[in-house]
Design a protein around this ligand. Structure first.
Ligand code: ATP
Length: 251
């Protein structure tokens, strides 16, 4: 698939004087693995939340799978999913209960086999009957990923997908996601601070600074354009350009 499945034009989010996302434009093609990179506070999570329809934009247009997400998000929500370390699943429910509740919310038939299959694939079967609150951060993030894959989404939005995972499990999760994508043709848009991860997984990298997209390309293009050796060096160049993190104040 080559057509754009996510299309964003003039997308803006303001909180009072703070411009969290500042009139950004981009498209993500079907089947791509794209990344939003940026320092803390650059606007990545806000952008993902607007694409998901969790936050209303202040201005701009946003379409996913051809649907306007502000007016018609219910037409496409069942074809998308997300995982984020900032959104907790209910801690008093067990892993199996959590996944079952979400599977029912998503209207998935044959809930039990689907939950069991995902638990096996993500190696979380051993703690299926434990409450979320008793799991380590890394274990919880695998459960969150299982939740994100319940409906076999065509569009998967991932905020820091491997943030709390040890290098071995993080590598395994990346392989799993790439295999999922190869099998289903899904489109992945992720926000990450892990440059090696982005270099390895993503074909399309958008670098955000203070709410704006300030550079974009494949990892190799960005590295070449900035005359650097790694994406991390490119990132540091861009982020340190004006010496600061975060959003800017509205004019
Ligand atoms: P991080 O890497 O730290 O997760 P991010 O790039 O995801 O950062 P966002 O969480 O999108 O950044 O935040 C962008 C800016 O918007 C930040 O300056 C943040 O303080 C601000 N912001 C986000 N949510 C709100 C809110 N509800 N009220 C006020 N300001 C907010």
């Amino acid at each position: 698939m080559d057509a754009a499945v996510i299309r964003v034009e003039g997308l803006t989010k303001r909180y009072g004087d703070v411009v969290a996302v500042d009139a950004i434009d981009f498209e993500v093609k079907g089947g791509a693995t794209a990344a939003l990179l940026g320092a803390n506070g650059a606007g990545k999570t806000t952008t993902l939340a607007m694409i998901l329809g969790l936050l209303l934009p202040t201005a701009g247009t946003l379409s996913v799978l051809g649907q306007d997400m502000v007016r018609h998000r219910y037409r496409v929500l069942s074809r998308m999913n997300f995982s984020s370390p900032y959104i907790d699943l209910p801690r008093r429910l067990t892993v199996a209960e959590n996944l079952t509740v979400y599977a029912r919310l998503y209207g998935i038939g044959r809930t039990r086999p689907r939950v069991r299959q995902l638990c096996e694939e993500l190696a979380i079967t051993d703690f299926m009957d434990r409450t979320l609150g008793t799991l380590s951060a890394g274990q919880r993030s695998r459960v969150a990923l299982a939740k994100a894959l319940l409906n076999e989404p065509e569009i998967l939005l991932l905020d820091e997908p491997t943030a709390s995972l040890d290098p071995d499990v993080a590598d395994w999760v990346r392989q799993y996601l790439l295999a999922y994508q190869a099998r289903t043709g899904a489109t992945i848009l992720l926000a990450s601070h892990n440059m090696a991860e982005v270099e390895r997984m993503c074909t399309d990298v958008m670098i955000m600074r203070r709410g704006a997209i300030v550079d974009r390309g494949t990892p190799a293009e960005l590295i070449q354009r900035h005359g650097r050796q790694t994406l991390e060096e490119v990132f540091l160049d861009i982020v340190r350009h004006d010496g600061g993190e975060g959003a800017r104040a509205a004019q």
